[in-house]
Ligand binder design. Structure first.
Ligand SMILES: C[S@@+](CC[C@H](N)C(=O)[O-])C[C@H]1O[C@@H](n2cnc3c(N)ncnc32)[C@H](O)[C@@H]1O
Length: 290
């Protein structure tokens, strides 16, 4: 094991191309592999790696993380000046379609775009304890970044749109939509601590077109929304109740509903909606008034 690791580490130490900022995806793959060795021998029942090798693994991880960190910081500094969309979307355009097709098949897996988004937004950990979810509320899990960018590209939000994320968690979707589009964005979230973290992020990035509302979606005012996003935030009767609210909104104006995950199958049953093309639960699906 050590000889193979030694050869792998030596190759990385000499790979100058990997140090180019543009090789984000490759560094992300390498870091994922190095993580396995980084903690080898800790806890004590895990396979041991010689101390010298572990130090070299550690040094490589620190070096690659520092390169990525500078990249993220540069994008972060451009956001308040309005250049965030351009800086973020160049990474999305650089994505490899073959690999992405494979990633889409893996549904909710995360990749280097999530590391990028996390490094750029730097949403801090919730400071207060969570209140906990009621029955039929689904626990927090962020939408993988590639799906957010896919959804933003397909919905082509502009300054006339208001995107509402129903169950917005730490706020990645409204925050990215606010950076990358001209739309006003709203996140509605039950957990107050998540809302506070999302608000701190918006404030730090000077994003004045995004707001976060703490509360139960069932009691929220949905009248401003033109596009609603649901990453399966609830199920059963709670989902039914919110779909009825959305139907009432759709009776008043054109709306679009974007879904991801198992709730897509329930939304697709609604006769007052029609899907824009074929849908599957592992990719964002788009619906509009029938
Ligand atoms: C699967 S996560 C989605 C998070 C976010 N939309 C995203 O895609 O990154 C579902 C979120 O919905 C929230 N949630 C569940 N039921 C809710 C309700 N009735 N009202 C408001 N938020 C709710 C949960 O706390 C959780 O953060």
């Amino acid at each position: 094991m050590s000889r193979a690791l030694q050869a792998f580490i030596s190759a990385l130490e000499q790979d100058r191309a990997l140090r180019e900022p543009s090789r984000l995806r490759e560094r992300s793959d390498v870091l994922e592999r190095l993580e396995t060795w980084r903690f080898c021998g800790q806890p004590p029942d895990a396979p041991a790696v010689e101390a010298g090798l572990r130090d070299r693994v550690e040094a490589l991880c620190a070096e690659f993380e520092a390169i990525d960190g500078r990249l993220y910081q540069g994008i972060r500094q451009d956001i308040p000046h309005g250049a965030g969309a351009h800086r973020l979307l160049e990474w999305v355009r650089a994505a490899d379609p073959d690999r992405d097709a494979e990633a889409h098949a893996r549904g909710d897996s995360y990749d280097h775009l999530d590391a990028l988004v996390s490094g750029v937004l730097q949403i801090d950990e919730p400071e207060s304890p969570l209140v906990g979810l009621a029955a039929e509320m689904v626990f927090y899990q962020p939408t993988p970044a590639r799906h957010i960018f896919d959804m933003l590209a397909r919905s082509a939000l502009d300054q006339h749109d208001v995107l509402i994320d129903l169950g917005s968690g730490l706020g990645h979707v409204p925050l990215l939509a606010s950076i990358c589009t001209g739309a006003r964005c709203i996140g509605i979230e039950w957990e107050a601590a998540y809302v506070e973290s999302a608000r701190r992020c918006a404030q730090a990035l000077n994003l004045d077109q995004v707001t976060f509302v703490q509360g139960d979606v069932r009691a929220a005012d949905l009248s401003a929304g033109t596009v609603f996003y649901l990453y399966t935030p609830f199920e059963g009767a709670m989902l039914r109740e919110v779909l009825d609210m959305l139907q009432a909104e759709a009776a008043r104006r054109e709306i679009r509903i974007c879904t991801l995950g198992p709730c897509t199958a329930a939304v697709a049953q609604e006769r007052w909606l029609r899907a824009a093309g074929s849908w599957e639960i592992h990719r964002p699906a788009m619906f509009r008034n029938a």
